[in-house]
Write a protein that binds this ligand. Structure first.
Ligand code: AMP
Ligand code: ZN
Length: 113
């Protein structure tokens, strides 16, 4: 299967790694929308939130724990940040490997819809 983020996990496409463990990989977004813009992705391929089930959802909780850890390490845990996952066309999803944007380091746009 041809997937950009699976290729990044395998190291076939370069990325700026921020964190890695058995379950997840985190790297800098190539087109940052904020001073801190990190993508956190499960190593197992899921296309979007649409693929999350009771059976595989443990990794999502882990991703949030990693987000909290990275926010602290990157100095934005007190100033504030946003964790967001776009699902499908109306949300503007462009890469179909589930990913969570960790955004912070500035006053973020409050628009939610
Ligand atoms: P989304 O629009 O939610 O699907 O987000 C996809 C994100 O992936 C965008 O913010 C892109 O800037 C980012 N992106 C695309 N290609 C790369 C890459 N090769 N390395 C890092 N980030 C990327
Ligand atoms: Zn993938």
């Amino acid at each position: 299967m041809d997937c950009l983020f699976c290729s990044i996990i395998k190291g076939e496409i370069p990325s700026t790694k921020v964190y890695e463990d058995e379950q997840v990989y985190a790297f800098k977004d190539i087109n940052p929308m904020a001073p801190v813009h990190v993508l956190i992705i499960p190593k197992t391929h899921l296309s979007s939130i649409n693929d999350v089930t009771e059976e595989n959802s443990a990794v999502i909780a882990h991703i949030y724990a990693v987000a909290a850890k990275l926010a602290k390490a990157l100095g934005i845990s007190e100033s504030g940040y946003r964790v967001v996952s776009n699902c499908g066309a109306d949300a503007g999803q462009t890469v179909f490997h589930l990913h969570f944007h960790l955004l912070g380091g500035k006053k973020l746009n409050v628009e939610m819809g």
